[in-house]
Design a protein. Structure first.
Length: 464
């Protein structure tokens, strides 16, 4: 497809601007959900690597992992979409983060209920080769990474992070490919929480840096057996940088045999994603997954739901500023020109806890009251909380009281709400669905095992 210029690409947003002008919403950046836990389930990952290791990642190093069976699989002619070889039922892409390997090793994932797995993630840094491995054990403890070699070992084998090292990366790719599931290697960049500097912005606007970063990432990904790259840039600093990055990734992945896949994660609220450039998404991506969660945030006027399908609780109360719903957002992306065959509806398996509140639609006074809940269904089950159902927003919610007497409101998804979202994606004719994250959907069972009711519901409903 011929590439449009940035100026021409911006025309696609003219329709969107007209639509937004008639709405009362004011866009806001939703709170960043932590992607990794410390080994004890505690801390969260930092905003990005800034350590100065001149040697850079050992892109071909073994790091103690075994790659037996981890070869790339796929259809070399899959130019229309990144769907699994399963007719027209669409993709289900599940996030599997490096911070989850100790708690939920690859052997515990259900490969029959996903078509793709997003292995999250590499960090972008403004020093050659312009990317680095995350280091969950150190970042989870609030420390900077000290060694690329140690970070690589953590990412690939859990060494120094899990109780004992094992070939987690190799196991993931081997088991996925054995079930016909493809695996993306995710790369992430976001503004540093302390400096506000986005390292990927500097890299993408420098052709020399960009070439080094893309070539070395693709070399590493292909050597390990990944099927493609997932880009999680929240948000791009410029349309020019985004187009340059996508062009380089697409060209490099097209040279793979089989052809490599490319996916991009974008905000559910399209006005927060303008620099992504819709014509580029349509031309270069196999999957464009809308992150339709965090739709009620600490900037909301009232307590609301994480991922309401339809009219939000805030809207129902007449306080809908910074409180959104999926059914309103997806048509805006379609109006902006995004190809629905490449559009995936992202759904959360995690939840949020509002401390100091006991129900949806309560006026927010404390903007620091939200806390990320990794496994909300397990939390509801463990605390014996009552599940309430909002028939308008099509989501459950619960309320309780902490040990110190503080009330809380819990927003999350259950099997019923996930089914409603899957049916909505089908009705809209979208190309697939995406999950953040597979770990969050596990619910411990009395026999020592675990159930995955959210994934079961999604696969059954979407692939019916």
């Amino acid at each position: 497809m011929p590439r449009m210029t940035v100026q021409n690409g911006a025309l696609a947003w003219g329709v969107l601007s007209l639509l937004l002008a008639s709405t009362p919403w004011v866009g806001c950046a939703a709170p960043d959900a932590p992607e990794a836990r410390a080994a004890d389930g505690g801390g969260t990952e930092g905003a990005g690597r800034t350590d100065d290791d001149a040697a850079g990642p050992d892109v071909l190093g073994d790091a103690g992992s075994s790659m037996d069976g981890a070869s790339i699989t796929g259809d070399a002619d899959a130019l229309e979409s990144a769907t699994r070889d399963s007719g027209s039922r669409g993709w289900i892409t599940g996030d599997y983060s490096y911070g989850d390997i100790c708690t939920v090793p690859p052997s515990q994932l259900d490969y029959a209920e996903v078509s793709h797995i997003m292995h999250f993630h590499l960090d972008i840094v403004d020093q050659s080769p312009y990317w680095a491995f995350p280091c969950p054990a150190e970042e989870g403890a609030g420390m900077a990474c000290t060694s690329n070699a140690a970070a690589q070992a953590e990412f690939e084998t859990g060494a120094g992070y899990c109780a004992s090292a094992f070939p987690a990366q190799a196991d993931l790719i081997r088991l996925a490919h054995a079930s016909g599931v493809k695996v993306f290697l995710a790369i992430q960049s976001a503004p540093d929480s302390q400096t506000g500097i986005d390292p990927l912005a500097a890299v993408t606007l420098d052709s020399g840096k960009l070439q080094v970063m893309v070539s070395t990432i693709l070399t590493y990904a292909q050597s390990r057996g990944y099927d493609g790259i997932d880009l999680d840039w929240e948000p791009p600093a410029s349309a020019e940088g985004f187009i340059a990055l996508m062009t380089a990734l697409r060209a490099g992945l097209d040279a793979w045999s089989p052809r490599g896949l490319l996916a991009t994660d974008v905000y559910c609220q399209p006005w927060s994603s303008v620099p992504f450039d819709v014509p580029t998404l349509n031309a270069d991506d196999d999957q464009v997954n809308l992150m339709c969660y965090n739709l009620s945030s600490m900037q909301s006027a009232a307590t609301g739901y994480n991922a309401p399908l339809d009219q939000s609780a805030c809207s129902a109360c007449g306080t809908d500023q910074n409180c959104y719903n999926i059914a309103d957002m997806v048509p805006l992306w379609l109006a902006a020109g995004l190809d629905k065959r490449k559009m995936g509806l992202g759904v959360p398996f995690y939840g949020w806890k509002w401390s100091g509140y006991s129900a949806p639609c309560q006026k927010v006074a404390d903007f620091g009251a939200m806390a990320y809940v990794y496994q909300p269904l397990a939390t509801v089950q463990g605390l014996g909380l009552q599940q309430n159902w909002d028939g308008t927003s099509q989501v459950p919610w619960s309320a309780g009281t902490d040990s110190n007497g503080t009330p809380f409101f819990l927003t999350y998804d259950d099997a019923r709400s996930i089914q409603a979202k899957a049916e909505f994606a089908q009705q809209q004719g979208l190309g697939g669905m995406m999950i953040w994250s597979l770990f969050s959907g596990f619910v411990p069972q009395a026999d020592g095992g675990s159930a995955q009711p959210l994934l079961d519901s999604l696969a059954t409903s979407y692939w019916q």
